[in-house]
Design a protein around this ligand. Structure first.
Ligand code: ADP
Length: 466
């Protein structure tokens, strides 16, 4: 069985969030169960593509409305990723550094059309095409409705929703950018009077998955306008929990860390990373260190961080370190807070993120929406206790210490009070030294590797070929 993933992001080539981590890991793990599982993504002009070599495997022109653009399919040389990576290079449109911008409609349409044009020419077609989020959401529609892709109609398609907030809306005035199709079916691309790429994929993909079972249930109640559609299509929807790439995220071998460690050496290992962090960010390494890593947006509860941190620091003997970027107002409020037991790094830094997972004592995730969340799984693997709002994937992966076999801290709902109370509970847990240290070894041993979930996806693919 040959699987082809089509995605806007893939780690380590281009990463904005969890989508990249999933697409960079899942194919690798699926290869144990299928013949090939490869990835197609846009070609970005970034550090990775500049420092690696590619071979041109196809070249042609795509039509985007009345305009024609030259495109190439470039295959990454040397199999360093554990799967084949194909990049769609449309120099006039996609050849830029950033992943997302304000001309996404044209860029991602060009990407999707070029990918399908190339697939049309392949002698051996994929058995299943797996699309991810709205950036690739028109593919299931085009495959089943655009005249030029008639021969791809029988290939099953899957959509995985990593985040339903962003849906790839655009006006019907741009409908001519989509390769010609039977206009009787124009209703399939419409949702609420606009073309909606994510809604289109939910209607047209053969199966729809979300990145955790709880997120699927939550979307039926709150999905930025897609609730009715998801309820209507629920028979073909299923939640499959993401895994983590335990080859990349391994504290024993992670070369980004200051000090590597295993469950046996967790105490000294974490101490080495924590001391480095505290020196770097002027914090007291004797206090429990709470950290946040992520996008500073409302979904992550970031608008409340200044108030939460102020209250939590006043009521507890702790330090807080934040790594992230996002809303400018939140960034400014956070950077202007007194640097007393508190510090921030505004920006994106993969190495620092790894050191924080390893050196912090607690990871804060007061998310209002969390489709799966990978950070809590990375933090478990690196012996850092997650403090989470019980929502989406956080609800599916974290059990509160109050419960039998509990190992993390959960709160219900994101308010300043709820989160600070959870932080207080966490710091009390930290002072129960013996229990706390025992818990570190336990959380490191929880298996969140991709093996199980990769197999679940393969079972789903097989069900479509029966
Ligand atoms: P989302 O995709 O909603 O942003 P996820 O938890 O699914 O959240 O994935 C976030 C990923 O991005 C994790 O690998 C996390 O470590 C990483 N990340 C987020 N922000 C930063 C940052 N500022 N610096 C480094 N890594 C980051």
């Amino acid at each position: 069985m040959n699987i082809l993933h089509i995605s806007a992001e893939c780690f380590p080539i281009a990463k904005v969030g969890g989508l990249a981590d999933v697409v960079g890991a899942l194919p690798k793990y699926q290869k144990e169960f299928v013949t090939t599982s490869n990835v197609v993504m846009p070609f970005y002009n970034n550090k990775f593509t500049q420092s690696n070599t590619f071979e041109k495997v196809y070249e042609n022109f795509i039509a985007l409305g009345h305009e024609y653009y030259n495109f190439k399919i470039l295959k990454l040389n040397n199999n360093q990723l554990g799967f084949d990576l194909f990049c769609v290079d449309v120099p006039c449109l996609i050849f830029k550094e950033y992943v997302y911008s304000n001309d996404d409609t044209e860029r991602f349409l060009a990407f999707q059309i070029a990918a399908l044009d190339w697939i049309l020419t392949l002698d051996e077609k994929p058995d299943v095409i797996h699309t991810h989020d709205h950036h690739t959401g028109l593919i299931p529609f085009m495959m089943s409705n655009s005249f030029k892709y008639e021969t791809l109609k029988e290939i099953p398609t899957i959509l995985t929703i990593h985040n339903a907030q962003y849906q790839g809306w655009f006006s019907h005035e741009k409908v001519n950018l989509i390769p010609p199709f039977n206009f009787d079916n124009v209703g399939l691309i419409d949702w609420g009077g606009n073309i909606n790429s994510l809604a289109t994929a939910i209607k047209c993909a053969w199966k729809v998955t979300t990145v955790s079972p709880s997120y699927m249930e939550e979307l039926k109640i709150k999905a930025n306008g897609l609730e009715d559609l998801l309820n209507h299509e629920s028979a073909k929807c299923v939640g499959i929990l993401n895994g983590i790439d335990s080859k990349v995220w391994n504290p024993e071998t992670d070369d980004r860390l200051i000090k590597n460690f295993s469950t046996k050496t967790v105490l000294s290992g974490k101490k080495g990373n924590k001391e480095w962090l505290c020196k770097e960010f002027n914090l007291d390494s004797k206090k429990p260190l709470f950290a946040f890593i992520g996008r500073l947006v409302g979904e992550k509860g970031a608008d409340l961080f200044p108030e939460i941190f102020k209250k939590a620091l006043a009521e507890n003997d702790i330090s807080i370190l934040l790594l992230g970027s996002g809303h400018k107002e939140t960034e400014e409020k956070l950077t202007s807070m007194p640097k007393e037991n508190f510090n921030t790094f505004i920006g994106y830094d993969e190495k620092l993120a790894h050191i924080i997972y390893a050196g912090a004592d607690f990871l804060l995730m007061p998310s209002r929406v969390e489709p799966c969340g990978l950070n809590q799984m990375y933090s478990l693997r690196y012996g850092t206790v997650p403090v989470v709002n019980a929502i989406g994937g956080l609800k599916d992966t974290i059990v509160d210490i109050e419960n039998k076999n509990g190992f993390g801290i959960r709160h219900n709902g994101v308010t300043v009070d709820n989160v600070t109370k959870a932080i207080t509970r966490a710091s009390e847990f930290y002072s129960e030294e013996k229990e706390f240290k025992k818990n570190l070894k336990r959380i490191m041993s929880i298996n969140h590797s991709w093996n199980n979930s990769a197999q679940e996806y393969v079972t789903l693919y097989k069900s479509l070929k029966e």
